[in-house]
Design a protein around this ligand. Structure first.
Ligand code: ATP
Ligand code: MG
Length: 656
């Protein structure tokens, strides 16, 4: 961990005030899946009993004997139990009326949309599970999946889970080198991919990337290729190694018995976003993970059988794993799955999708919301969004003004917003409102989910008083927690457990207000120390976004001889607003007014884009590298390397 430490004595004195309150709409409260105002307290009185109760709603082949073995920092849940994830997501639904219910409305960027019912999905998963077996994949073997957002992606994941082969999904935007690294790390013998993917009208050469990657992956023996772009693909098939998806499916038997899996057998490996450094290969297991994601999905999103739910994430990230695939399917939900970009063919694509499918529950990221703010409300207002009844966000802290925009423009002031804090490591949502119970405050993720114990502590692990900033920690094991970093137990202990020993260190800064609400302040590495005071990047950014011209801001502290660190702000204005030194002065004054002169940025650089990870998170560490004239750190997870290159040039030019 680098960056300015949060000093135990220093308070976050520069505080952005937020007094707006949004109680649950009365109609919502009455019908919410979880409407017991005492649920949090009841769960915390008996955390293990609470999770045992939730686990009852899964289909077990064999019930567990012991609920939890906590051998700090190693947890095992539901010991002695056996179940299969794919049969929880499919078999138990096809035995009921849900067999003809849509599991996915698949909306392609290009071509014909498709409806996959639960029985369609069941059939395809069974067949592909057999196809994998025919290629020699056995229980415990890892399979790497590298695809766009097409139905074969969840089908492949579920097929893996059916035969007990842990999957490692690599986001389709990664390069061949990143892919090769992940194939080798997981030691996968089989790679499942597509001949290409559509993205904004162009073709992502997935198969060519696989071909290039496999030059450096001696262990990979088989490649399965979905025909997605057909003749537009420039890649061929390698004789003996490559197999067409359709050929394998034609030959495969239609039923594959689900493998009885122990609760603690590995379900998957997934790499973190790489916002703070080299990505970590996070390991999730079977029972606890499924209990965690199904319970949170049911309560946080309040999904009912008749709802249409859309999580806009890519399945290549944990949000897609937990809240497009496993949580929703375990609950028998109907989801929209969208292949393409938010601005293809036009900037209203998300809203036209919402209107087309009558989406009731919509879950996206602050980075997307800020982009929509930048593009302007007119794109949203073109569409009838009256079906929406609940909105969610995940991925970064949401600036209060972005929250308000989401509430007013997208939610028509009627939809509760759930700001959900969690990580690849936590597997499931950890801090979140429950829409039927919790009064929300714009910018706060509110309170820990029932059965989750979180806190904010100082350097010594002591709880900080209300309103003070500190480190967000998790105090008790939870069922969906990571079981380690793949083949790197030392990094697991060092990253999460070395700071306090008995508390899980999240790497995020937070404060808790008088009502016990959590306010995420950004990465602890990003916290700034200005003239002896800790100031959070989040609060300065939120003050900037509060200005009517600003769409997005990234703030960093750079070394300064006088104050220790000085604030540099990188600011993106809404489309059509003028930049210039007057505007910069105006924004500086705005921050002084909102927070105090201590938080006034010393310099402001206007930019059309900010460097982001492929999952859409601002990479402040690279901005710090630029501002301090260092070589850039790990950039392999950058979505668009040209953004930081341009910024570097611009920044250095301005200084000269
Ligand atoms: P790496 O761990 O490789 O640096 P990463 O932390 O970005 O990457 P993820 O697991 O995808 O990888 O992201 C989890 C992080 O995202 C959290 O630790 C937190 O910083 C941020 N985050 C997610 N949801 C929220 C939220 N609702 N509010 C604030 N921050 C959030
Ligand atoms: Mg992280």
């Amino acid at each position: 961990m680098s960056g300015a430490p949060i000093k135990p004595s220093a308070s976050l004195e520069a505080l952005l005030e937020e007094n707006r309150r949004f109680p649950p709409p009365p109609g919502f409260q009455k019908h919410a899946n979880q409407r017991d105002p005492g649920i949090h307290e009841r769960a915390s009185r008996d955390v293990e009993g609470f999770w045992a109760e939730q686990a009852e709603s899964l289909d077990w082949i064999k019930k567990w004997d012991r609920l939890l073995e906590w051998n700090l920092p190693w947890a095992k849940w539901f010991l002695g139990g056996q179940l299969n994830v794919s049969s929880n997501c499919l078999d138990r639904h096809v035995k009921t009326w849900r067999r003809n219910k849509a599991a996915f409305y698949w909306e392609p960027e290009h071509g014909q949309s498709q409806v996959l019912t639960y029985s369609d999905l069941y059939r395809e998963v069974n067949k592909f599970a057999n196809a994998l077996k025919d290629l020699g994949v056995r229980k415990g073997d890892r399979v790497t999946i590298y695809m766009g957002m097409i139905p074969e992606l969840p089908i492949s994941m579920l097929a893996c889970s059916r035969i007990g082969a842990p999957h490692s999904v690599v986001f389709g935007g990664f390069s061949s080198e990143s892919l090769a690294g992940r194939i080798n790390d997981a030691e996968s013998r089989v790679v499942v991919t597509a001949d290409g993917a559509y993205r904004r009208g162009t073709i992502v050469p997935l198969k060519q990337n696989v071909d290039a990657a496999l030059e450096n992956c001696p262990g990979a023996e088989h490649v399965v290729v979905v025909d997605r772009v057909g003749e537009k693909s420039k890649a061929g098939l390698v004789e003996g190694r490559d197999h067409r998806w359709n050929d394998l499916m034609e030959k495969a038997d239609s039923y594959c018995p689900p493998e009885p899996m122990d609760s603690e057998d590995i379900l998957y490996i997934l790499y973190t976003s790489g916002t703070t450094g080299r990505p970590k290969g996070i390991v999730h297991t079977t029972a606890g993970y499924l209990v965690g994601v199904s319970t949170t999905h049911k309560w946080v999103f309040d999904v009912k059988d008749e709802d249409v739910y859309w999580c806009t994430a890519d399945i290549g990230w944990v949000t897609g794993h937990s809240y497009i695939v496993y949580g929703p399917l375990a609950n028998g939900t109907t989801s929209v799955m969208y292949e393409g970009a938010p601005d293809w063919p036009d900037k209203d694509r998300f809203w036209s999708n919402c209107e087309k499918y009558g989406v009731n529950i919509f879950y996206t990221a602050p980075t997307a919301i800020r982009t929509f703010m930048r593009w302007g409300a007119e794109h949203v207002k073109k569409h009838d969004l009256s079906s929406l009844r609940l909105l969610g966000t995940v991925g970064e802290p949401i600036n209060p003004e972005a929250w308000m925009w989401y509430h007013e423009v997208v939610g028509g002031e009627r939809c509760p917003i759930v700001d959900t804090w969690w990580q690849t490591e936590t597997g499931m949502i950890m801090i979140t409102p429950l829409a039927g119970i919790t009064t929300t405050k714009p910018g706060s993720a509110t309170v820990p989910f029932p059965g989750v114990e979180a806190g904010v502590v100082d350097e010594d692990g002591q709880p900080v008083p209300p309103g003070r900033g500190g480190f967000l920690v998790l105090k008790k094991p939870w069922p969906a927690m990571l079981r380690g970093i793949w083949r790197d137990p030392e990094r697991y202990v060092k990253t999460y457990w070395s700071r306090y020993g008995n508390l899980y260190f999240t790497g995020d800064g937070s404060k808790i207000d008088e009502d016990g609400y959590f306010w995420l302040l950004g990465r602890v590495d990003d916290i700034m120390l200005i003239a002896g005071h800790n100031i959070s990047t989040m609060e300065v950014e939120s003050a900037l976004v509060d200005h009517p011209d600003v769409a997005e801001a990234a703030v960093i502290g750079r070394s300064d001889l006088i104050t220790g660190q000085a604030i540099t702000a990188f600011v993106t204005l809404k489309l059509g607003r003028a930049t210039g030194s007057d505007k910069a002065e105006e924004l500086k004054a705005h921050v002084s007014k909102k927070i105090g002169s201590l938080a006034r940025p010393k310099e402001i650089l206007f930019t059309a884009d900010l460097p982001k990870t492929r999952s859409g998170k601002i990479m402040r560490r690279l901005l710090r590298d630029v501002a301090e004239g260092r070589a850039l750190g790990d950039t392999t997870t950058l979505a668009d390397p040209s953004v930081i290159a341009t910024l570097k040039q611009k920044y250095e030019g301005q200084e000269a």
